[in-house]
Design a protein around this ligand. Structure first.
Ligand code: FES
Length: 73
């Protein structure tokens, strides 16, 4: 889906850039052009960035059963 119509930036592109380390709207604008023209897309762009970073924050290591047992002993 297009998030930024002025500059042809899609949610997929924003997700890719966010996954590569982009954390802020100014950085997103510098990398993709999203928001650089009318700015009406910035709220949606921020939501997409937030979704990606919230999902990545949940990436916790999972203990293998053997690890859990050895820690309990
Ligand atoms: S819709 Fe993104 S700058 Fe206009």
């Amino acid at each position: 889906m297009y998030v930024c119509l002025c500059n042809g930036v899609t949610d997929r592109e924003i997700r890719e850039v966010a996954a590569a380390g982009c954390r802020t709207l100014p950085e997103l604008t510098m990398r993709t052009g999203c928001g650089a023209t009318c700015g009406s897309c910035l709220d949606m762009a921020q939501q997409v960035l937030d979704e990606v970073h919230a999902a990545r924050a949940l990436d916790v290591p999972v203990l293998a059963p053997d690890d859990a047992l050895s820690r309990a002993a």
